[in-house]
Design a protein around this ligand. Structure first.
Ligand code: 5GP
Length: 194
């Protein structure tokens, strides 16, 4: 089956922080023949070094985020990690790409995923699993970007997120990002065929 003849779908990828989602998604974009486009989310958290506005996120002030939320511009939005920072998917980030025949990929948390399924029940949901909580802690420590406090909080959130994994259509254990990306590409090809 040629990639171009498959029906484009919305793809939702979730998984705890440190499970390697971003690396798997990068490999998927590089290696999978489907026309996949990552939706750029909006957030109120400040940009990290090397992040740019409109590329990694739309970085919004709290006021601007609230204004757009109240105007109904978000497909879903949540306060992630309970730190007061909001993250959300703008309707237009999804509808424009889908109408152009692209597969739109959302890399969002489990609450956002469940809310999005209410609007797009046919979305392909993929949970990236780190293998175990111990493995996740090892990876987060190795990354070295977290304080002990934020590491604890991320692990607590991760524990709750792993419990939601069975609600995803597909769970991919990320031992190797290239292999995980190949598995996702294959399941997308089968989903687009349906
Ligand atoms: P980070 O601050 O590390 O970029 O992202 C933190 C978490 O926010 C990630 O686990 C990611 O899945 C989630 N996230 C990013 N964008 C969105 C979004 O648009 N909606 C929701 N619900 N979660 C998001």
């Amino acid at each position: 089956m040629l990639a171009a003849s498959l029906k484009p779908r919305l793809i939702i990828v979730s998984g705890p922080s440190g499970a390697g989602k971003s690396t798997v998604v990068k490999r998927l974009l590089a290696d999978c023949p489907l026309p996949i486009q990552v939706s750029v989310s909006a957030t109120t958290r400040p940009p990290r070094p090397r992040e740019s506005d409109g590329v990694d996120y739309h970085f919004l002030s709290h006021d601007e985020f609230r204004r757009r939320r109240e105007a109904g511009e978000f497909l879903e939005c949540f306060e992630v990690f309970g730190r007061g920072d909001w993250y959300g998917t703008l309707h237009e980030s999804v509808t424009t790409g889908l109408s152009e025949g692209k597969w739109i990929l959302l890399e969002i948390d489990v609450h956002g995923a469940m809310a999005t399924l209410e609007t797009y029940p046919e979305a392909v949901t993929v949970f990236i699993h780190p293998g175990s909580l111990e493995e996740l802690e090892r990876r987060l420590r190795h990354r070295g970007s977290e304080t002990e406090d934020s590491l604890r909080r991320r692990l607590e959130v991760a524990r709750a997120e792993l419990e939601v994994a069975p609600r995803y259509r597909h769970t991919i254990v990320n031992h190797d990002p290239g292999q995980a990306a190949r598995e996702i590409c294959q399941l997308l090809m089968s989903a687009g065929d349906a």
